[in-house]
Design a protein around this ligand. Structure first.
Ligand code: IDP
Ligand code: MG
Length: 154
């Protein structure tokens, strides 16, 4: 069985405003991943800047911070075998025009600056981003999926 990982996923303000919350969560659940924390939040500037700290010197940084603070987001912690790679493949390439059809960005977006969903790119990044966004509010809800015996070989 693949290593069990925790991944940070966030439906961005365009995903919420466009009514894609259910569709995105549906795809995460359908894959077999387990949502163990979930909350709607509106990010303040400080949190958004910390979340995207690696991009602070990029030309798009200011627009990115404005975009992700412009409305509510849905933040999640998702758990499962190889969860980081699984989610990154579910969401698709950063530029939605390049993203494979069948992926979330490939199916629902056209503009790199409005790409609907965020996910951390490594287990270490996920751990950091979960702390940044959930802070002291974080509560991981452990449970078993009823199909777990069939999702994994062992
Ligand atoms: P990722 O979201 O696929 O991990 P990153 O390179 O980490 O992609 O970039 C973070 C976010 O910054 C992207 O999801 C997108 O919203 C935004 N972004 C990245 N590159 C550009 C760009 O060239 N123009 C505008 N926005 C960008
Ligand atoms: Mg990234």
């Amino acid at each position: 069985m693949a290593e069990v990982q925790r991944e940070f996923v966030m439906i961005k303000p365009d995903g919420v405003a466009r009514g894609l919350v259910g569709e995105i969560i549906r795809r995460i659940e359908a894959k077999g991943l387990k949502i163990v924390a979930l909350e709607m939040k509106t990010l303040d500037r400080e949190t958004a800047e910390e979340l995207y700290a690696e991009h602070k010197d990029k030309p798009f940084f200011e627009d990115l911070v404005e975009y992700v603070t412009s409305g509510p987001v849905v933040a999640m912690v998702v758990e499962g075998g190889d969860a980081v790679k699984a989610v990154r493949n579910l969401i698709g390439a950063t530029d939605p025009v390049e993203a494979t059809p069948g992926s979330i960005r490939g199916d629902f977006a056209l503009d790199i600056g409005r790409n609907v969903v965020h996910a951390a790119d490594s287990p270490e990044a996920a751990e950091r981003e979960i702390k940044v966004v959930f802070g002291d509010d974080l509560k991981i809800h452990e449970y078993e999926r009823c199909d777990e015996a069939w999702l994994y070989e062992r």
